[in-house]
Write a protein that binds this ligand. Structure first.
Ligand code: CMC
Length: 437
């Protein structure tokens, strides 16, 4: 961190001594005021529920400029990575800081490919779930359970353990997600196949059966790979912060990533892709494009409790660059499948147009986020709606690991332990039960 010449001075209106606070400059983005000594010196905490103004760490991995609608992984614009690299190159970049050379890419791909099988016992563990369990419930359990199967990579403070658990997690997530899917539809699991690409292998494990091979469609495989790239990391979002906080106690990497999966499930975060598609399908049933006006009116009514899912973002106050790329992929996939007239896609575009012109959305800088279009692409590929968030988790796993490893390697890292403003009862005495009333 580079200290700035400028310092912040915190003064108090009650005459208490003021305090000078150091400021650090990042390479880009807002400076931060270092408040670590605040409590020790003035006996006060800062208050920032939801972390609206708080940087929880310093990081070199992902940068977002929410006003410009810019997303960089290790300095590279997401548009370039999505069009010039594949997911495994992106994984290598996020984990190691640089794009791989040809040899490094081959070595990395070989390593990931040769860790895709899961311990055979995992399927017996999976069998304990109800067939109608939500895939995210299953995935949270399966990822956490990896720590019970791979004891030789559970010491987060051991760099070799971290390296091997990273490869295992990236390699095994597609296997686990497709197993969760196959289990819910009552089909046999399909084992990974080493001569396929990462995305191609995942799609085969999803769609092949022992009696029928999956014939990969290159457009769809590329679309899936792009979904993975676009979801690979997104700086200190809720699930990543969860992984960091969970890992800060020294727990094993599988447990920390399972915590991330659990957090991602929520509809305000990764669950939004499922919620967005359900919303579009409900709108279509209720009258489609004709009814957009009525729907938008409900969204604007604060008492309705209805949100336009796939719209809005804590950081982006401009078009989410991932949504632009996803909309492009939507066109490609629907064209390749001869679904140009897909009513849900038409509805989504009409809804986007109306929302972007509406004063409510303009004033609040609400734009489509990645989830607005990713559901349409996945549905066209044949992915069931309930699996959307699990695919997001699969893709985000590399980001979670890169962030976790960065934290463990940071000499300034400490267990995460926020404080609070206590507003409950002051000390009081227990009264015996017969005297309470
Ligand atoms: N529909 C209608 N109104 C909205 C929406 C929306 N989707 N999003 C925000 N608003 C309103 C909100 O009611 C508030 O209005 P007011 O100022 O009058 O009270 C204003 O816009 C600011 O919103 P906020 O909730 O204070 O903003 P936030 O930063 O706390 O929340 C968000 C961000 C993503 C949780 C929220 O926009 C949202 O719930 N969106 C829908 C869910 C969604 O699509 N989530 C996916 C995020 S991208 C994928 C990922 O990274 O996980």
């Amino acid at each position: 961190m580079t200290p700035s010449d400028v310092k912040a001075t915190l003064s108090f209106s009650d005459g208490s001594p003021s305090m000078e606070l150091p400021i650090y400059k990042g390479t880009i983005g807002p400076d931060v005021i270092d408040i670590r000594k605040l409590y020790g010196q003035v006996g006060k905490f800062t208050y920032d529920p939801g972390f609206l103004s708080t940087a929880s760490c310093n990081s070199t991995i992902t940068y977002i400029d929410g006003d410009k609608g810019e997303l960089l992984y290790r300095g590279y614009p997401i548009e370039q990575l999505a069009t010039q690299c594949d997911f495994l190159e992106t994984c290598y970049l996020l984990l190691n800081g640089e794009l791989p050379t040809g040899d490094q890419k081959s070595e990395f791909s070989h390593l990931v490919t040769h860790h895709t099988m899961v311990n055979e016992q995992m399927q017996f563990f999976l069998r304990g779930f109800r067939r109608d369990a939500h895939p995210m419930a299953i995935l949270t359990g399966l990822v956490g359970a990896l720590s019970a199967f791979y004891h030789d990579s559970t010491d987060i403070h051991n760099p070799e353990h971290r390296a091997i658990s990273a490869i295992r997690l990236i390699a095994k997530m597609p296997t686990l997600v497709s197993m969760a899917y196959k289990y819910t539809v009552g089909q046999p699991y399909i084992y990974p196949k080493n001569d396929l690409s990462y995305a191609g292998n995942f799609m085969r494990m999803m769609f092949a059966t022992p009696c029928e091979e999956y014939a990969p469609n290159e457009v769809l495989v590329r679309a899936m790979d792009r979904i993975f790239i676009l979801h690979a990391d997104h700086e200190q979002n809720a699930s990543t912060s969860t992984v960091r906080l969970c890992g800060s106690s020294g727990t094993n990497p599988f447990a920390a990533i399972a915590a991330g999966v659990a957090c991602l499930w929520g509809p305000a975060h990764g669950g939004a892709n499922e919620a967005a598609l359900n919303m579009l399908e409900d709108m279509q049933k209720a009258g489609g494009v004709e009814k957009i006006g009525e729907f938008v009116k409900q969204v604007k009514d604060k008492n309705s409790g209805i949100k336009l899912m796939g719209f809005g973002h804590r950081v982006y106050k401009n078009y989410d660059p991932r949504a632009k790329l996803m909309r492009e992929t939507c066109h490609e996939v629907l064209d390749a499948l001869g679904l140009h007239d897909d009513p849900i896609f038409k509805l989504a575009m009409a809804l986007e147009k109306i929302a972007l012109e509406d004063e409510y959305f303009v004033a609040r800088k609400l734009y489509p986020n990645v989830d607005f279009y990713s559901g349409i692409v996945q549905r066209a590929i044949g992915i069931p709606v309930t699996l959307f968030t699990a695919i997001f988790a699969l893709a985000r796993t590399v980001g979670w690991i890169a962030q976790l490893n960065e934290m463990i390697g940071d000499p300034e890292y400490k267990i995460g332990r926020p404080r609070q403003l206590f507003t409950g009862s002051t000390q009081r005495q227990v009264v015996s039960i017969d005297k309470r009333g």
